[in-house]
Design a protein around this ligand. Structure first.
Ligand code: SAM
Length: 326
């Protein structure tokens, strides 16, 4: 156990060193969808003698040689096994993406491993929508919770955006997501982010002012944790459980903010039907469901699990507990 902790501490220091180094070099990288990422990689592989940059190594996750990076950075990454040697070249085990002025560690490309830590276009959209919401909200939220936090990019961005948050709990089932969350929060200079290992609310105590989540929402054939949203409700089982359990955990004037993808059939969608039914029992809640994009992840429609689905829409569900504060 102590040995595992020692390895984690050294890796943590090495990853903080990497982030600090990249920041010094004004590193920026926006992560795009895996399909677009692959297109750029194929394009780059046809370009001869192109100089390898830090964006190639930690953004596009391309192969590199020892001569392509500073010796001190190479030594740190090698010693902590954060890079590996394959077919005469090195490759990083992590990627680094930028969002606003922050940098975030996440998993290497492609994210095939079951414990991959997600960061992508949904992360950017989620953070954008959250900030829009907070900027018009009349009450300050003090106790926040990000469920299914991944890298904790959203929680970190919100904690920076609003200094009213005294405590921000971030919860995930994946230990690697919590490890990266710790590093990302520490690099952002925040000491009010608390990573907790929890299956949704199972290991979380108390009530919250603001609960927000971008949970997995696909029916993934490999059932990868960062993608698979459950077998029921066409992939929205987790999303629905977040609402069902989250209602019980909201303080007066608290809000639950869900960003998710919903699989739509010709005759509507199961998630919204269940949501409407659930909400009939809560007269103390204002709630809304809105589509913000009618068609994402179109390639999933080719999968066997999606043969009864016409499209996947991005939606926001916002619930506000209208009971007055005492
Ligand atoms: C699509 S990723 C989103 C990450 C992050 N919210 C973002 O926007 O970048 C979904 C995350 O949910 C986590 N997750 C899946 N099932 C969970 C569960 N039952 N309880 C807690 N976290 C879960 C996964 O490990 C993964 O990190």
């Amino acid at each position: 156990m102590n040995q595992i902790l020692d390895i984690q501490t050294s890796q943590q220091q090495a990853l903080l060193f990497l982030l600090g180094y990249l920041k010094q070099q004004n590193y920026r990288f926006t992560t795009i969808t895996p399909l677009s990422h692959q297109r750029i990689l194929s394009r780059n592989s046809n370009t001869q003698n192109k100089a390898i940059t830090l964006r190639d190594i930690f953004g596009w996750n391309s192969a590199f040689t020892e001569a392509d990076i500073e010796p001190v950075l190479f030594a740190v990454l090698k010693e902590q096994q954060l890079i590996h040697f394959h077919e005469h070249q090195w490759r990083s085990h992590v990627r680094v993406s930028s969002l606003d002025d922050e940098l975030f560690i996440h998993s290497s490309f492609p994210t095939l491993a079951a414990d991959s830590v997600f960061f992508g276009p949904d992360t950017y959209r989620f953070v954008y929508q959250l900030k829009q919401y907070l900027s018009t909200h009349p009450y300050a939220f003090k106790r926040g919770l990000e469920l299914c936090c991944g890298t904790s990019a959203a929680a970190i961005s919100l904690a920076k955006f609003s200094s009213e948050f005294k405590e921000m709990i971030v919860a995930d089932l994946n230990p690697k997501a919590l490890f990266y969350s710790q590093i990302n929060a520490s690099f952002a200079g925040l000491d009010n982010i608390y990573p907790v290992s929890s299956n949704l609310f199972a290991h979380l105590d108390g009530q919250f002012d603001f609960i927000f989540a971008n949970p997995p929402y696909l029916m993934d054939a490999d059932q990868r944790q960062y993608r698979h949203g459950g077998d029921r409700l066409d992939g929205n089982e987790l999303a629905f459980n977040i609402v069902k359990e989250g209602i019980q955990r909201l303080n007066p004037q608290g809000c639950l903010f869900l960003y998710t993808g919903v699989a739509i059939r010709a005759d509507g969608n199961r998630f919204l039907e269940h949501l409407k039914q659930l909400m009939t029992a809560y007269s103390n809640m204002n709630w809304c469901y809105e589509e913000i994009d009618p068609d994402v992840f179109g390639e999933e429609l080719e999968q066997p699990a999606y043969q009864h689905i016409e499209r996947i829409a991005l939606v926001l569900v916002k619930l506000e507990n209208i009971v007055e504060l005492e």
